[in-house]
Structure formats: structure tokens, C-alpha cells
Design a protein around this ligand. Structure first.
Ligand SMILES: [Zn+2]
Length: 245
């Protein structure tokens, strides 16, 4: 079965329950929408962070924390899940792609390594697609990868300015590969090592990382406002060309 993103994905998604409808926007593409995907959930616990803490709970806590920071700055935030539920990566991507977001962050957590681990899709970037054209679901991110890499660079700068160590990589991973917007996977790891270690459950550390992410997203939104009519690649965005604020 060939699945498609964009219009095909939206049609396919119509049969699914809708977590949150996209914000109303006259252009159909709302540049203030951010999608946060708290990875794992329900029976998919992710990794064991500590004896009593599971990754799925840390990712949700981080998503909720980041949502309130972003909402306070005028973003409309769509969470792929806001409770302890199991959802497939395709469902996550469908929710994200329907939202026509300016950016999507996939949130993970780990007890190993240190700092923040960023990943963009390992797909080969495609420079442009025909506006409105359906793109293969499995490679949907390819047309947005250049944007994703710029977003990752911005997030990396913000994380580094917060004096949190940074590891950047590329990865084949769902739902990242299926997303039709600038998309980055952000994995939070402990800060420091040994006796000096700050766990990913530490509220202050979570806040520090969230503020760095929010700062990078504000910068990204402001850039996107000026860039959208020039190079936003095309799935379903033909109507946006004249919609620059
Ligand atoms: Zn994970």
C-alpha cells in the first residue's frame, strides 16, 4: 500500500480520531502552530529512566512544560498526545501534518549520554516539490529537510548558549521521516556525569532545556514569516504565496 502525505495523508487521516483541529487561518497554513510529539506512551514505555521513572512520562512532562512556554509567547501548540496513551507513529505524523505547523519537535528522553541529542531525518533532501502534489508518505520529510536542518542548527545554538552539551546526528526514524514541516527530534539526556549528574527528571533542568527550545522556535517563527512566500516547499501550500504578513 502506498501512503501519501499532504492531501492523500489528510484524506487517510479523516477516518482517524482528531486530537486537535488545526488553528483557523485564512491561508490554511498557520505559521504560529507548533506540534510537540511526546514520544512513546501507554504500553510503549520507552526506556527506563530510573527505577520509578519511564521515558514516556518524561517526554509528556517536557511537552507540557514546553507547551506552556510557547503558548505564553503566542504560539498555538498541538500535542500528538496529552495523556498516557499509546499512539502509532503514523497517527502522530497524521496529527502533525494536519496542523500545518511551522515546526514539529519529536521529544525523547534517555538516562544515557549527556546533554541534548538532536536528530534530523537521514533522508536525502529534495529541494522542492510541486505545490499540492502528493509525496510518498515514507519520504515526506525529504522536501522539508533543508528547513529541518536550519531549525536544528538554531536549536543547537540555543542549547549551547544555555551551556547544555549538544550532540547532533541524522537518523532514520518515524514519525520524523513522515512529517511535512521543519521537524527535529530532541532527546534530553542527563546533564553532567557521575556525582555531578543532573537527572532528566530535574525540574530546573527541564525548564532550562524548554526555554532554549522555546527561544529557538520564536526565532524560527520570525524567520519563517519572512521566508514563507519565497521557499516554503509545497505540499498543499500553493495558497500561501500571497499570505505573507
Ligand atoms: Zn524514546
Amino acid at each position: 500500500m502506498v501512503l501519501t502525505a499532504g492531501f492523500g495523508g489528510a484524506a487517510r487521516a479523516a477516518a482517524q480520531s482528531v486530537a486537535q483541529a488545526p488553528s483557523a487561518g485564512s491561508s490554511g497554513y498557520e505559521r504560529k502552530v507548533i506540534v510537540l510529539d511526546a514520544a512513546h506512551g501507554g504500553s510503549d514505555i520507552g526506556t527506563q529512566i530510573s527505577e520509578h521513572v519511564l521515558e514516556k512520562d518524561v517526554t509528556l512532562a517536557l511537552a507540557v512544560r514546553l507547551r506552556s512556554l510557547l503558548a505564553a509567547r503566542g504560539f498555538s501548540v498541538v500535542l500528538t498526545r496529552d495523556s498516557d496513551t499509546a499512539i502509532s507513529t503514523d497517527q502522530r505524523a497524521e496529527t502533525a501534518n494536519r496542523a500545518h505547523a511551522v515546526a514539529c519537535l519529536v521529544l525523547h528522553a534517555t538516562a544515557s549520554g549527556t546533554g541534548v541529542h538532536l536528530a534530523t531525518s537521514a533522508l536525502n533532501a529534495i529541494d522542492s516539490t510541486t505545490p499540492g502534489a502528493a509525496v510518498p508518505w515514507d519520504d515526506a520529510q525529504a522536501a522539508y529537510l533543508t528547513q529541518s536542518q536550519k531549525l536544528a542548527a538554531g536549536i543547537g545554538d540555543a542549547v549551547t548558549r544555555s551551556q547544555v552539551p549538544l550532540v547532533a546526528a541524522k537518523a532514520w526514524m518515524k514519525p520524523l521521516d513522515n512529517l511535512t514541516c521543519a521537524a527535529v527530534s530532541v532527546e534530553i539526556a542527563p546533564l553532567g556525569r557521575g556525582a555531578e549528574e543532573t537527572a532528566v527528571t530535574d525540574q530546573g533542568y527541564q525548564q532550562r532545556v524548554s526555554e532554549a527550545l522555546a527561544g529557538a522556535l520564536i526565532f524560527w517563527r520570525n524567520q519563517a514569516s519572512g521566508r514563507a512566500a519565497v521557499d516554503a516547499p509545497g505540499v498543499g501550500r500553493a495558497a500561501d504565496a500571497g499570505a505573507r504578513p
